[in-house]
Design a protein around this ligand. Structure first.
Ligand SMILES: [Mg+2]
Length: 260
């Protein structure tokens, strides 16, 4: 019998990709106004520069293990205790400036001061643009009646808490909130799932994991022997990681849970 549901946060309950997209659009528009360059092309150029720079840093393996993507690096402060986060905090100001300046250069604009300006603007725009899916609260309201809920999210505690602070209506739904940066390892490491089970005092067959990412949420659940639901909103192609169930919309969870 299922007693609890573990939920992923980003792009499962919170529409992070849309928030990032909107923040890019607002920031790139400034460059379009100033230099007449195409804002969509600039966005692509900055995303590419960010990915390249990010993977060149010594702390890159740490960001992979905890689960912090390059675009989170463009707006997070990483005011966390652990040493690797301290390194991140030192790196991010120049990372941001360099990513934006390189993106501008790709577009034929050599203006590092403006790159800095855009880099500082992007985090403000991201914070202004929190999105949840239209069915998020409705689904949580419904599930909360019968299940314990735990939020199991990869990332920097400081950044994940910032996301939750700007969408604070989400917080009361959860009996526990587990952030990989606090625990020390991220999904798909089975250890963080075990940790979550211990916190809830439940057995692995009493829980189901819901998330959008096969390589973290579903792979991790599989490794921990926990049933899973892959939320595949955008018709992504499956890979070798097999979820127990697949849905396209959160409200499909009701039917699955009824059968269990
Ligand atoms: Mg996710």
């Amino acid at each position: 019998m299922i007693k609890a549901i573990f939920f992923d946060l980003d792009d499962t309950l919170l529409w992070d990709q849309k928030s990032i997209k909107e923040a890019f659009a607002a920031t790139c528009k400034l460059a379009e106004e100033r230099y007449g360059i195409d804002s969509n092309q600039l966005e692509e150029a900055v995303r590419e520069a960010a990915r390249n720079l990010y993977s060149s840093y010594e702390i890159y393996p740490f960001t992979r293990m905890i689960g912090i993507n390059p675009f989170e690096g463009l707006w997070g402060n990483f005011l966390d205790e652990q040493d690797d986060f301290k390194k991140m905090k030192e790196i991010v100001p120049s990372y941001r400036k360099d990513a934006w300046t390189t993106g501008l250069k790709t577009m034929g604009v050599d203006d590092p001061d403006f790159g800095y300006e855009l880099a500082e603007r992007f985090p403000q725009e991201r914070k202004k643009a929190p999105f949840v899916y239209e069915e998020t609260f409705k689904t949580l309201d419904e599930l909360k009646k019968n299940y314990q809920l735990l939020l199991l999210t990869n990332g920097s505690p400081d950044l994940q808490k910032t996301k939750l602070t700007i969408t604070k209506e989400l917080i009361p739904y959860f009996d526990q909130i587990v952030i990989s940066g606090d625990f020390g390892r991220g999904k798909p490491d089975p250890a963080i799932f075990e940790h979550a089970l211990t916190l809830m005092s439940i057995e692995r067959d009493e829980v189901i994991m819901v998330g959008d990412n096969l390589m973290t949420d579903i792979l991790g659940a599989n490794r921990a022997g926990i049933k899973s639901v892959w939320l595949n909103r955008h018709n992504k192609k499956p890979n070798e990681v097999i979820p127990t169930y697949e849905i396209q919309h959160l409200e499909e969870l009701y039917g699955i849970l009824e059968k269990l």
